[in-house]
Write a protein that binds this ligand. Structure first.
Ligand code: IVH
Length: 672
């Protein structure tokens, strides 16, 4: 039901964004932080870019500018004010250039780069060198005439400067487009004064700039420290401005401010280095930025490349990775660490934060869940602590589902670990499994790892494990592969032959079958059959570790508890480290793809079949090397439709491009 869930999500996001946007733009009184607003907005944009069929013309993402206040005259832009396509990484930039190269082959581009200012776009018109009009962006075609307000901005000259060689800009119409911003230092100064005067501080420079320029009283505007910085220059005859760099130089010479950081490069390497440089230095700029702008420097080429939608093909906005993002908590699982401590972990719909995908975050302990009141189904703001470890910042309670309930850690402990008893020692926040110290857990896990159904290391029985752990030679599962003859022979239990035998047996186990290795890891509720199913479905530890809740649940025979347990296991950093350690010690589980005719072909059956039971069909599919799934995933090959069919499955199959077939066709596939 991904489709329906997404539709609902999109609707919720739009409603909330509209609400916040109204508070921000019309009431000038935001109830939430900019960062939260931006996170919700980018979540919506992300979904829409993946599922363009969900875009509607009234989506906030389709809107340029914002709703108009009464009180300003509308004014038409002589040429449309465009926006820019966003890109998020170097590959996007490279792809952008490739697309242009296809349209303009054999032309070497020079690239113009600049910092993208986080303010509000405005166009200034000079007639015969005299400031005559200022128009906000509005919808790109029509904006608001804010001439009188812009006139109060002290760095907007009322007359253009006359400079040798540039006199022609003082004849006829010269339009200078740019961004109205409030410099960081001016903003801080203003807030300091407000605090002293006992007034409420302004939230951020962008809000304040936008709110100020649309004040109806120019004297209020004049009390706000607005600045204008140009980024475009337009003349009736476009040939007068050959490059973007020329436009920038002219803007300066005519007496207006612009970013001095702008630069030109004759290759992509230069652009990438510029991006890297400003990623480090952007916080030191005098104004706030939300990225960079990269354009084809030659304006003739720029215009020739044309416009798609509202965006010119020859320019992109490079957005630095958001440092926080919103996502939905799909589940809260409990991970039993190697000391027996139970740690709750929130599992999310994957989301990119500060440049990498985040799927889960530790919630630390029951008190923390209680304090932040984090519930399954909640939308949360996620950030990276110290830029590495994902953390949940807060819950967007406005998006909380109606039927949500508080998370009860103790009840969940019983559900996930029915055979264990937990205690929470006085004054501690952590629940621990009774009787399970790290030593006991370690011994058990090694014995299990070495047992018949797992890696089958016969010399590694109970007594030997005791000796190795108590002798301080093994601190985690992978350590057995570190054992040396000299170390082991030191222990009382071992003599020359027994030591050799042990070390040999261990070294011989370095290429286990994936399913046995998986079983051997001792993930709760992953028995040997489940390990086989998982290994057939995912084919490697890496893809299993990356599996989402939906992918796991789609594996036949895997229910909620097993899924939670697998997710919890892989979300424990100790286990991540353990897997890496196995790898570095040369332990290479192998997976032999069953080489049947239906290898890599997966089936979901919905409704009942006439000629066979589901189990029979499943067996037959597996026999031929195919994969039988209980729910449709993105990679499902066939959806087999029986009688009394669920509509949601069909919709989902259609959205994933899964082929829909009937029973006759299935029989043919199985027989052919
Ligand atoms: S160039 C045709 N340069 O970002 C290209 N835009 O998302 C015109 N902006 O509409 C835009 N700083 O309001 C350009 N250095 C900069 C900018 C900049 C901020 C804004 C501008 C533009 C929007 C695009």
């Amino acid at each position: 039901m991904v489709q329906n869930r997404l539709k609902r999500r999109v609707k919720e996001l739009r409603e909330l964004i509209e609400k916040y946007s109204y508070e921000y733009n019309v009431l000038d009184n935001s109830s939430v932080s900019d960062a939260l607003y931006d996170s919700l907005f980018s979540e919506l944009k992300q979904i829409e870019s993946e599922y363009p069929e969900l875009i509607t013309s009234d989506s906030p993402t389709q809107r340029v500018g914002s709703s108009l206040l009464d009180g300003f005259q509308k004014a038409t832009h002589k040429t449309r004010m465009l926006s820019l396509n966003d890109v998020f990484n170097y590959d996007d930039v490279i792809d952008w250039v490739k697309r242009m190269d296809k349209l303009l082959p054999n032309i070497k581009h020079e690239f113009f780069t600049d910092i993208k200012m986080d303010g509000l776009a405005c166009s200034l018109i000079y007639q015969d060198g005299v400031f005559s009009q200022a128009i906000t962006r509005g919808d790109g075609f029509i904006g608001e005439d804010v001439t009188e307000n812009v006139r109060t901005i002290r760095n907007v000259p009322l007359k253009l400067r006359e400079v040798n060689g540039y006199e022609y800009f003082l004849n006829g119409r010269t339009e200078i487009r740019g961004e109205i911003v409030i410099l960081k230092k001016d903003f801080e100064e203003l807030n300091r004064k407000r605090v002293l005067a006992g007034e409420v501080e302004f939230a951020n420079p962008r809000n304040l700039a936008a709110g100020s320029i649309r004040q109806l009283d120019p004297s209020v505007v004049s009390s706000r420290p607005l600045s204008f910085r140009g980024y475009d220059l337009l003349r009736d005859n476009p040939d007068e401005i050959s490059t973007w760099m020329f436009a920038y130089q002219s803007i300066s010479l005519l007496g207006l401010a612009r970013n001095e950081e702008a630069d030109v490069f004759n290759n992509l390497n230069g652009v990438i280095n510029y991006i890297k440089k400003w990623d480090k230095l952007r916080n030191d700029l005098s104004f706030n930025t939300d990225g960079l702008v990269v354009k084809v420097n030659d304006r003739h080429q720029f215009f020739e490349l044309g416009v798609v939608g509202k965006q010119p093909r020859a320019a992109v906005a490079y957005k630095y990775a958001a440092e926080q993002a919103t996502t939905v908590v799909r589940d809260i699982v409990i991970s039993l660490g190697r000391t027996g401590a139970a740690t709750p972990v929130a599992v999310f719909d994957p989301v990119v934060v500060a440049g990498s995908t985040v799927k889960h975050a530790s919630l630390h302990n029951a008190d923390e869940i209680e304090r932040k009141d984090i519930r399954i189904g909640d939308t949360v703001v996620v950030f990276k602590a110290g830029d590495i470890i994902p953390q949940v910042d807060s819950v967007v309670t406005d998006l909380r589902p109606n039927n949500s309930t508080k998370y009860d850690f103790e009840i969940e402990l019983v559900k996930q670990f029915p055979d264990l008893e937990f205690e929470r020692p006085e004054g501690e926040v952590v629940y621990r499994a009774k009787g399970l110290t790290s030593v006991v857990l370690l011994k058990r896990s090694i014995q299990h790892f070495a047992s018949k159904g797992a890696l089958d290391i016969d010399t590694l029985g109970e007594k030997n494990v005791e000796a190795l752990v108590d002798g301080g030679l093994v601190h985690d599962l992978a350590d057995i592969y570190n054992l040396s003859f000299d170390q082991v022979i030191e222990l009382d239990r071992f003599a020359d032959i027994s030591t050799k035998k042990l070390i040999h047996a261990i070294q011989d186990s370095k290429s286990p079958k994936l399913s046995r290795f998986l079983f051997g890891l001792g993930i709760r509720h992953v028995g040997s059959q489940t390990a086989i199913d998982l290994s057939n479905r995912f084919g490697s530890i890496k893809s299993l570790a990356e599996a989402t809740i939906d992918q796991l649940r789609a594996v036949d025979g895997i229910g909620e508890i097993v899924t939670e347990s697998i997710i919890a296991w892989f979300s424990d950093p100790d286990n991540e480290a353990l897997i890496e350690k196995f790898e570095s010690l040369g332990v290479r589980p192998y997976f032999e793809k069953s080489s049947g005719r239906l290898t890599n072909t997966s089936f979901v059956i919905t409704g009942s079949l006439k000629t066979m039971s589901r189990d029979e069909a499943a067996d037959k599919i597996r026999e031929l090397g195919g994969i039988f799934q209980t729910a449709i995933a993105k990679d499902t090959t066939y959806l087999v439709i029986g009688e009394k069919v669920g509509k949601s499955k069909i919709e989902k199959a259609q959205s994933y491009g899964t082929e829909i077939i009937d029973e006759d066709r299935l029989i043919k596939i199985l027989k052919s």
